[in-house]
Design a protein around this ligand. Structure first.
Ligand code: URA
Length: 232
């Protein structure tokens, strides 16, 4: 890989900024100052240092996947098919794992990565990454139930959910936006408000949506902007 591409991918700056860093003699390769931006480096063997800090050249992968229902969000499961069964073999070799979970019967957007720090930062509730779910349900949501969801509903087992955005679509469907990922959270919130979920699909995680992976089971690499957007 070209040195400038590697450093830009590793967020040392735009291509232009990286060129300046290289020109300013701030980069060494295997101990030698390097001023050639287009030099090819071997990310498995070369030691690249910027301002005295070794650049982590482990290739990191970030993908989005349109999960079908019927698959467990896990790398392996003794009894059920898992999402990894559906990924093309080249993705399996990358060592990616799911970021958070969708229930077996839930469809929609799932992120996978081999960058544990990045993955953790998305599921960690402190980051407040909003996730939008499309929900179909039987029964009727009471007005009081909808208000409780908006204010932060207390579930039967004492679990306190943070305030959520609920947008009625039809009498039997809503979009819900939550920033947490508690066990069966959306199903339990709807249940506590008087409905029973019959279909659940995650539409977005932060700024990432299902565009480009509209077909169930499809997968694509995240863009640099998608990846960096979660680091802000
Ligand atoms: N909430 C649920 O109840 N299930 C999911 O899969 C995701 C959110």
């Amino acid at each position: 890989m070209r040195l400038d591409k590697l450093l830009a991918n590793k967020a040392y700056g735009s291509r232009k900024e990286v060129h300046q860093i290289i020109k300013d003699k701030r980069v060494t390769i295997n101990g030698e100052i390097c001023t050639k931006k287009d030099i090819h480096v071997n990310i498995d063997t070369d030691i690249i240092v910027v301002d005295g800090q070794v650049v982590n050249t482990t290739q990191q992968y970030y993908i989005k996947f349109h999960k079908p229902k019927g698959y467990v969000t896990a790398v392996e499961d003794a009894n059920h098919p898992v999402v990894m069964d559906l990924l093309p073999p080249e993705y399996l070799k990358m060592g990616v794992v799911p970021v958070g979970r969708l229930d077996k019967d839930t469809e929609g957007l799932l992120l996978l990565t081999n960058d544990g720090v990045w993955g953790h930062s998305i599921i960690n509730g402190n980051k407040h990454v909003p996730k939008v779910y499309y929900v179909e349900f039987e029964g009727e949501l009471s007005e009081e139930g909808i208000n409780r969801i908006k204010e932060g509903i207390l579930l039967g087992d004492g679990t306190h959910c943070k305030p959520a955005i609920i947008e009625p679509l039809t009498v039997h469907s809503v979009n819900i936006t939550i920033e947490e990922g508690k066990y069966h959270q959306v199903k339990r919130m709807i249940g506590a408000a008087g409905g029973s979920v019959t279909y659940l699909k995650r539409l977005t995680i932060g700024h990432v949506d299902l565009s480009g992976i509209e077909d169930i089971g499809s997968v694509m690499d995240l863009t640099i902007d998608d990846i960096e957007g979660f680091k802000k």
